[in-house]
Design a protein around this ligand. Structure first.
Ligand code: SF4
Ligand code: SF4
Length: 344
């Protein structure tokens, strides 16, 4: 027992980021190793967080994005290019751009420019490497980018997809989260994108929907577009997180966030979440903070130095300890969520 205790203490001390590796019962913290195929490290999904600026201020936005939040900074193509090249070397299968709203930057938001040219350059480069999916609120600013999107679609076809959140098939429920008239604006944009040839991936979060089954959810969204002959796919996010604006709301209500759940090595089997199913196994996420590009295990953890994995993709292929509040709240709880698109 003394030897075992000594080993535990040594391991605890060895962890560089100060994450508790054992709980009070001396159960070991769960962890996930990066994916290997035939011994070689591989990357399936690369996530690029293109800044936390957004023209909206949705009540539950987990990055607390808004017109005034520049904590996650815009990434230029010159900064991104070597990382995209690295991703290609490790066999990346899909590149996701998310934010904030990727079609805005400071100049676009303040009306000084119409288009986020730097993002368009990164998008073009990324498309030469792997299929790309853009997460967008598809409200207003994307419309100034239609010419560029049309050209990219002509060149790459379905290699470029757009994922658009409609919080509910009912305007009032969507607007209660995203803001007045946003449902109508986004619906209009979806019709315009469909006219260009895109098949938008409509995304919703299960906990905001009254429809109980996946069939009902898909049907409710498809009905919205059927009359106009617009083809869509539906993607469902299983869990929402207490972060960003939600934490602010909780504080206003005098409530505390729920405490973090300690995930042990046994939890993966108990909760039926194989480590291979988690994003930190097959994905990495780039974020620019304080002028530096940093790797994180996934897009649901951001701006938290305990979870930074390094400044290069190669460095980022490290064991990830399942120690963030979102690990349970988002990935492990219930059916378990992923940011990956999985159409219903
Ligand atoms: S949820 Fe999306 S659209 Fe809403 S504030 Fe956050 S980044 Fe912007
Ligand atoms: S939030 Fe999910 S994907 Fe990210 S590190 Fe935790 S378990 Fe892994």
């Amino acid at each position: 027992m003394a030897a075992q205790t000594l080993t535990l203490i040594r391991e605890h001390r060895e962890h560089p980021d100060g994450i508790e590796l054992f709980n009070a019962k001396c159960e070991r913290r769960g962890f996930v190793e990066p994916k290997r195929v035939n011994g070689r490290l591989v990357l399936e999904d690369l996530w690029i967080m293109q800044g936390s600026l957004c023209d909206l201020r949705c009540t539950h936005c987990y990055t607390a994005s808004s017109p005034g939040n520049n904590r996650l900074q815009q990434i230029t193509l010159d900064e991104l290019r070597p990382h995209l090249d690295d991703a290609a070397r490790f066999g990346v299968e899909k590149i996701y751009f998310t934010g904030g709203e990727v079609f805005v930057n400071e100049d676009v938001l303040r009306g000084r420019e119409q288009r986020n040219e730097e993002f368009l350059k990164s998008l073009s480069y990324a498309l030469e490497i792997a299929p790309v999916e853009i997460l967008t609120n598809a409200r207003r600013h994307i419309r100034n980018h239609f010419d560029a999107l049309r050209e990219l679609r002509a060149r790459h076809g379905d290699r470029l997809r757009l994922r658009i959140t409609l919080e509910s098939p009912r305007a009032a429920e969507h607007d209660a989260i995203r803001g007045k008239s946003t449902f109508a604006q986004t619906m209009e944009t979806i019709a315009q994108l469909a006219a260009i040839g895109f098949v938008p991936i409509i995304t919703a979060e299960r906990s905001f929907l009254s429809e109980q089954t996946e069939e009902r959810i898909r049907e409710a969204y498809e009905v919205l577009f059927r009359e106009q002959g617009i083809r869509i796919e539906v993607n469902l996010i299983e869990n929402v997180m207490e972060m960003g604006h939600q934490l602010v709301q909780l504080a206003r209500q005098g409530r505390q966030p729920k405490p973090e759940v300690f995930i042990t090595t046994s939890c993966f089997a108990i909760l039926n979440k194989p480590t291979e199913s988690l994003m930190c196994h097959h994905s990495r996420c780039i974020q620019k903070i304080d002028g530096e590009l940093r790797y994180y295990p996934c897009p649901v953890i951001y701006d938290d130095p305990r979870f930074e994995l390094g400044r290069t993709l190669e460095d980022s292929f490290r064991r990830v300890y399942i120690a963030h509040k979102n690990c349970y709240d988002y990935c492990m709880k219930g059916r378990g969520a992923t940011c990956r698109t999985r159409p219903l």
